[in-house]
Design a protein around this ligand. Structure first.
Ligand code: ADP
Ligand code: MG
Length: 316
């Protein structure tokens, strides 16, 4: 039975043009669950990971807005809270869809930690904006109030509100709960893990400690897929293929590509940082670490990509 790790992109939970009400999110997750159940039906052993950007962003705004009454939680705890929320929505929709399909597979979602190196250079060069936008006055006040935060001018939402907290985006090393995940997967459970890239933790004197950081979910998913010896690592986003010369007249969809060709395209700058870049990186990393194939495609093409080889397939 083929074992696959699926990394779900933002639109699997919230479409760009949506406000993000609970009902909207649940409806998107339901669509995702239907696609995943098709794969369960086909006999794939499945591990699911997902992003949490919009959910964590909203929760941080709520935390701050309520902080006069109750204390705001730290960023790592906010990450864990969104793993819980999204995991719950997936558990419910998957359980319902499996029942409709007369399948008795069991699903589990776990809150889990991902180890990063406390000396990772990313902690010296903070690149990931999180939470609300602030005006200059708010930004200055926060700098006093939160001496361990870094507030930077970012691409503005409005002219006034151009400041945001930025945190590190360190490289994931491994899932702390990897042995537990392995046991669950091998025993036939469909597992949801490492959501939002996992809750980032460092090791200090042999002990774990949460840090204010955001781990790229596609890279964290690669760690999961490699650890599990998955047959395929499937990154689902909102495009059916990776392109070269993307969004230009001469754009070309990539079908089946090896590491050598992709490295060349990468060096030529075809894959944008912060969107397709990390996905191609993560896919290549999986194959470099011994995985047979990685796939980048859209949610509704996942089934066809796995069974018929469509989408963008990355091989050694
Ligand atoms: P997700 O939220 O699914 O993780 P992102 O929005 O971060 O995904 O990245 C997917 C987006 O990357 C696509 O919608 C597309 O606009 C953009 N993109 C940038 N470069 C490319 C490329 N070379 N080929 C395809 N899509 C690209
Ligand atoms: Mg997106």
């Amino acid at each position: 039975m083929e074992k696959i790790v699926i990394a779900l992109g933002g639109n699997a939970i919230k479409q760009a043009d949506q406000k993000g009400t609970y009902e909207e999110q649940l409806e998107n997750v339901l669509k995702t669950a239907k696609e995943i159940v098709k794969l369960v039906k086909k006999g794939f052993k499945i591990v699911i990971t997902h992003g949490n950007g919009p959910q964590a962003g909203s929760l941080l705004i709520q935390q701050e807005a309520g902080s006069n009454e109750v204390p705001a939680m730290n960023l790592d705890a906010v990450g864990a809270m969104t793993q819980g929320q999204i995991g719950y929505m997936m558990l419910q929709t998957l359980t319902n869809e499996l029942k409709k399909a007369d399948l008795d597979n069991k699903v589990v979602s776990i809150v889990n930690q991902v180890l990063v190196d406390k000396n990772d250079r990313a902690f010296q060069n903070l690149t990931k904006p999180v939470g609300p936008f602030y005006n200059e006055e708010q930004a200055n006040k926060l700098k006093e109030l939160k001496p361990n935060w870094t507030i930077k001018e970012v691409k503005p939402k409005t002219i006034e509100n151009r400041f945001r907290r930025v945190v590190a985006s360190p490289t994931p090393i491994r899932n702390i709960e990897e042995d537990a995940i392995k046991i669950m997967v091998e025993s036939g459970l469909t597992v949801i893990a490492s959501g939002g890239g996992g809750v980032p933790v460092i090791e200090e004197n042999g002990m774990l400690k949460g840090v204010a950081a955001v781990i790229d979910k596609d890279l964290a998913g690669e760690r999961l897929a490699t650890m599990l010896n998955a047959d395929a690592y499937v990154i689902l986003t909102d495009v059916k293929n990776v392109f070269i010369n993307y969004a230009q007249k001469n754009e070309k969809a990539l079908q089946k590509e090896n590491l050598e060709t992709l490295t060349k395209y990468q060096n030529e700058g075809h894959f944008a940082a912060g969107s397709m870049g990390p996905k191609v990186n993560a896919a290549m990393e999986f194959v470099k670490n011994g995985g047979a194939r990685a796939i980048i495609t859209s949610l509704d093409n996942a089934y066809d990509a796995l069974l018929n080889g469509s989408g963008t397939q990355i091989i050694k």
